[in-house]
Design a protein around this ligand. Structure first.
Ligand SMILES: [Zn+2]
Ligand SMILES: [Zn+2]
Length: 372
């Protein structure tokens, strides 16, 4: 179940933009880990504000109970590590909204702090984002779907958990760079010999390294892994939507944060059903006698065939609403309607007898003043 972002921030549904912002600042102060707050709670608060503080995402959330960007997230995922204190949740913190918090935050993100002035590969690296194109049927769009996909990706090494060290070995100061993370190289140029600084290739800029490299990944921190993921496609998804699943992309070499997986969803066109908002438009043909006198006709809905009563005197092109046979609204139980357009079939040929009856019908109408 998606979290209730409103209760995370302690505001009512329908709270103003300003109130949401205020509530966020208050909660962020309260739970800030640097002030002894709970980091999990802090993460939740930020996640909630990511959605409620963004007009477009808030609207999606209010309507579908989730945002499409994080729709398929199946919780967990491989552990992120390194510079990002929020792990692999994959959201950004809006510094501006935090008012006077800037300084604390830059420390939090490793911007301040003494010692090494360079960033290590782990702090800098981020694995590639991956994308899968997925074609779903109209009915899968209507009701939502679960699809399994197999991915052969670079994932965080399970033996060393991505810290590059053989489990049980000591982490020691790197001998090559003496803990500075950089090595100096003399380079000859036309201007003479110059000294260049480069990242130490033994410790990848960290200044320390394991005594023995992990046997599984040979110190790369990642291995190729074939996995099957279950992708949840929310009901009512629009054709062309990209779903982001944070932390399900590639893991980078030598540690760092894991990339995201994107699912680009296309919805197949359907011969009978057409979408308009959450309603489904269909057409049905009825003989002109049914249009005049009324009668039962069979109609296809996305739930299967159903009987529909055409009322007396139905005009060509008349539209009727079949309640709740439309598209599901995301995670809620609400559904749109089916709009049924009635096309009246006029016979191209009639028998002698039918013609006589129609003439008679016309005469009778004239006498009663029904026509003309
Ligand atoms: Zn490993
Ligand atoms: Zn080194």
């Amino acid at each position: 179940m998606p979290k209730d972002y409103y209760s995370v921030l302690g505001v009512q549904k329908g709270a103003s933009e300003e109130d949401i912002k205020k509530a966020y600042r208050k909660a962020a102060h309260q739970h800030h880990p640097d002030k002894g707050g709970d980091q999990e709670k802090f993460k939740e608060v930020n996640e909630a504000y990511q959605v409620l503080g963004n007009r477009e995402k808030k609207q999606q959330y209010d309507q579908y109970g989730q945002t499409f960007e994080d729709a398929g997230r199946n919780g967990g995922g491989a552990g992120g590590f390194g510079g990002n204190p929020f792990g692999n949740q994959g959201f950004d913190v809006n510094f501006e909204d935090l008012g006077g918090f800037g300084d604390i935050f830059s420390q939090f993100f490793g911007g301040g702090g003494g010692g090494r002035s360079r960033t290590s590969a782990r702090e800098r690296n981020r694995g590639s984002d991956l994308q899968i194109d997925m074609l779903i049927s109209f009915k899968e769009m209507v009701f939502g779907a679960k699809r399994e996909v197999s991915l052969n990706r670079n994932r965080t090494c399970t033996r060393c958990k991505g810290n590059l060290a053989e489990p049980g070995t000591k982490i020691v100061t790197c001998g090559t760079c003496k803990g500075s993370g950089v090595v100096r190289q003399q380079v000859r140029t036309i201007l003479g010999t110059m000294v260049q600084e480069a990242e130490c290739s033994d410790c990848h800029g960290e200044g320390k390294k394991a005594e023995a490299k992990c046997k599984e990944c040979h110190g790369e921190g990642r291995t190729r892994q074939l996995e099957t993921l279950v992708i949840k496609i929310p009901a009512g998804i629009e054709n062309g939507t990209r779903i982001r699943i944070a932390g399900e992309g590639d893991a980078p070499k030598f540690g760092g944060s894991v990339g995201d997986l994107y699912i680009a969803v296309s919805v197949k066109e359907d011969k009978q059903f057409a979408r308009q908002g959450f309603n489904i438009h269909t057409e049905t043909h009825v003989p002109f006698v049914t249009a005049v006198l009324g009668g039962i006709t069979n109609v296809n809905t996305v739930d299967g065939e159903t009987e529909f009563e055409i009322p007396k005197g139905t005009q060509p092109g008349a539209e009727f609403r079949i309640i709740e046979k439309g598209i599901k609204h995301g995670a809620t139980d609400r559904r749109g309607d089916q709009i049924l357009k009635v096309l009246v079939d006029v016979p191209k040929k009639v028998s002698k007898r039918q013609e006589e009856l129609l003439r008679e019908f016309e005469e009778a109408g004239k006498k009663k003043g029904f026509f003309g």
